[in-house]
Design a protein around this ligand. Structure first.
Ligand code: SF4
Length: 336
């Protein structure tokens, strides 16, 4: 049975979050630049060259790794911009780049043969044939699995590839087949794969009323919150809509993935890395989630047979979960 210790890979939306992740036990952090080459292209987030260099130094001096996320698709007429970001990552000395675009993977492989390549979750590689082909063509070292597979399916993939497998361990969920969501482009003309954001901030509008708050995206009502309700960021898939005179989360209820319960299984099947979602969240979120996942992973590695989920971990994670609720997502589909 494989007992490799998986890397804990944590989000760095900015320099303070990067430092929080490192200080609270992340083995690896992932970050992106302040442009459309990264799928968390929100105003006020991300890194310029100077802060990226500082973050990389901070992590690497402490023996940790930094991955640069270039996980959107190069747009027609602008391919150079995406290629230059790969060049920048190589110059900065990141430990690997996370790419989705096949043309960009080919460019990185040819131009920077020494640069380690990870296939992004946005690359939608959900089976070992696709993963092995990417290894053959581009020499990918790791793939981030889309959050659509059951635990036995993850195990099946691991058994049939030598590419390292990274899985999501905590964070907000999308209903999409990862890398293929165009939902926000129907309302704003922009989507995660093109402009790097789902629900671009400039289209978001909040309207406060005595009775609560409306959240709109490009003037379309996405949700109406009561005065005491916690308010979420308006994404189309997580809005409450009226269908047959009933108003409810017609597509998806906001909820977070949380794999604490199945950590020993993930370890036993040999996942190479556990990833925390959330570069758009605060440094405090990063600190909290990293701390809990670090403790849980260490315990699961040390004594897998006696591993039990500490209720304090669950309480801490529930506070930072989207919609204040958690799920095992696709990992657990008992009807399959
Ligand atoms: S609309 Fe929803 S499913 Fe699509 S990318 Fe945005 S959050 Fe994910």
């Amino acid at each position: 049975m494989n007992r490799k210790i998986p890397e804990l890979v944590c989000p760095a939306g900015n320099l303070p979050a990067l430092k929080m992740a490192i200080d609270h036990g992340a083995d690896t952090v992932y970050l992106g630049l302040k442009d459309a080459t990264n799928a968390r292209n929100f105003a006020g987030l991300n890194f310029d060259r100077k802060s990226a260099a500082e973050g990389i130094m901070y992590a690497q001096q402490r023996g940790r790794k930094v991955l640069m996320t270039i996980n959107t698709y190069a747009q027609a007429g602008e391919v150079k911009k995406w290629q230059q970001t790969v060049d920048t990552a190589a110059e900065l000395g990141v430990n690997a780049v996370i790419l989705a675009d096949l043309g960009l993977l080919a460019y990185a492989r040819k131009t920077h043969p020494q640069l380690a390549l990870h296939m992004s979750v946005q690359g939608s590689a959900t089976n070992y044939e696709a993963i092995n082909l990417a290894q053959e063509l581009f020499g990918i070292r790791r793939v981030v699995l889309p959050r659509v597979l059951t635990l036995p399916q993850v195990e099946q993939v691991i058994k049939h590839t030598s590419v390292e497998i990274e899985v999501f361990g905590f964070g907000s969920l999308c209903v999409m087949v990862e890398g293929r969501c165009l939902l926000s482009s129907y309302v704003t003309g922009e989507s995660p794969n093109t402009f790097g954001v789902c629900s671009p901030a400039r289209y978001v509008r909040w309207e406060q009323y005595p009775t609560g708050m409306d959240a709109r995206l490009n003037n379309i009502l996405i949700d109406r919150y009561g005065a005491d309700e916690p308010v979420g960021y308006p994404t189309l898939c997580k809005g409450r809509f009226q269908v047959n005179k009933e108003t409810y989360y017609a597509l998806e209820e906001p909820t977070s993935l949380n794999v604490l319960e199945v950590l020993p299984q993930l370890l036993a099947m040999g996942v190479a890395a556990i990833k925390v979602e959330g570069r758009q969240r605060s440094p405090a979120y990063t600190a909290q989630v990293t701390k809990v996942l670090r403790q849980a992973l260490d315990l699961a590695v040390r004594c897998p047979a006696e591993f039990e989920v500490n209720p304090l971990w669950q309480q801490a994670l529930a506070k930072v979960s989207e919609g204040q609720q958690v799920t095992l997502g696709a990992y657990n589909r008992p009807w399959k």
